[in-house]
Design a protein around this ligand. Structure first.
Ligand SMILES: Nc1ncnc2c1ncn2[C@@H]1O[C@H](COP(=O)(O)OP(=O)(O)OP(=O)(O)O)[C@@H](O)[C@H]1O
Ligand SMILES: [Mg+2]
Length: 251
């Protein structure tokens, strides 16, 4: 299978601390790649580098075979790398559907509030409706976002990211703080995203959530990759067990 994203020897230091160390890995087309590791292992920093929020001290990243390291975040998003944030605030007072239409802005370009062809506007609207339906918020599409529960807000955020027409989507702990039922809903949506041909890079601490979902897993510890393989392979990998036991958390 072809790689959609390739990271080569990424290193990021914060003062004397090496948060990411010579990290290489690839995300393949259509796959769900899990990125795991104990607290402080460098997972979110890796996301920040990929999305352009941080600049790596060294290393390279290619997306669809073109170098992207050092590009501004909006340019990386425009090329098809989207991320969700743990605490991304929706546009208050607007409806679920309107919030997703704002997400479509990156995809269609132009000024959201400028006059545009009616056909284009209808297409955007229909697309946003499909996305809202897809994440399971169809019945709430005209509801104000202020009315959404925490879990529904997470689903809205996913719909907003999808509206930007990503080819790769980055999830940083999408199940954090959710009930088991809400987490299951998110898992179903993530599976559906991969089935639609969008690659997924997923950080998650909850192994009950991640292991059944991921096709492959990359394990970090102190910024470096210590294991990589199928969920079954990494689950029983001695270095992984050591890393997690050392942090008093079991896989
Ligand atoms: N902006 C920053 N400035 C200084 N140090 C940072 C910064 N961001 C992250 N770090 C440090 O880099 C290391 C890696 O942090 P990172 O957030 O990437 O870990 P993580 O694997 O996402 O952890 P967690 O599972 O707790 O979310 C940590 O030691 C953290 O304190
Ligand atoms: Mg993190």
């Amino acid at each position: 299978m072809t790689d959609i994203l390739e990271a080569r020897k990424l290193t990021k230091r914060f003062g004397g601390l090496t948060a990411v160390s010579e990290l290489s890995f690839a995300v393949r087309e259509r796959e769900i790649l899990g990125l795991i590791g104990p607290n402080g292992a460098g997972k979110s920093t890796t996301f920040n580098i990929i999305a352009g929020a941080y600049r790596a001290d060294s290393g390279e990243i290619s997306f669809l075979r073109e170098p992207i390291a050092g590009l501004p975040p909006h340019e990386i998003a425009r090329r098809g790398v989207m991320r969700t944030f743990q605490h991304n605030l929706p546009f208050e007072g607007m409806s679920v559907l309107e919030n997703v239409l704002v997400g479509a802005h990156t995809r269609f370009g132009g000024n959201l509030f400028s006059r545009k062809a009616a056909a284009e506007e209808r297409e955007q609207h229909a697309h946003a409706e499909r996305l809202v339906e897809f994440v399971g918020l169809g019945e709430l599409r005209y509801a104000s976002v202020d009315r959404l529960s925490f879990g529904q807000g997470r689903l809205l955020e996913i719909a907003r990211a999808l509206a930007g027409a990503p080819k790769l989507i980055l999830f940083d702990e999408p199940a954090a703080g959710l009930t088991r039922a809400e987490a299951q809903r998110i898992a179903t949506v993530i599976r559906g995203i991969a089935e639609r041909g969008i690659a997924v890079l997923l950080i998650e601490h909850d192994m009950h959530f991640l292991l059944p979902l991921a096709h492959r897993v990359v394990v970090l510890n102190f910024g470096a990759k210590i294991a990589e393989g199928t969920p079954d392979e990494v689950r029983s990998h001695p270095a992984v067990l050591d890393a997690y036991l050392g942090h008093a958390a079991a896989v």
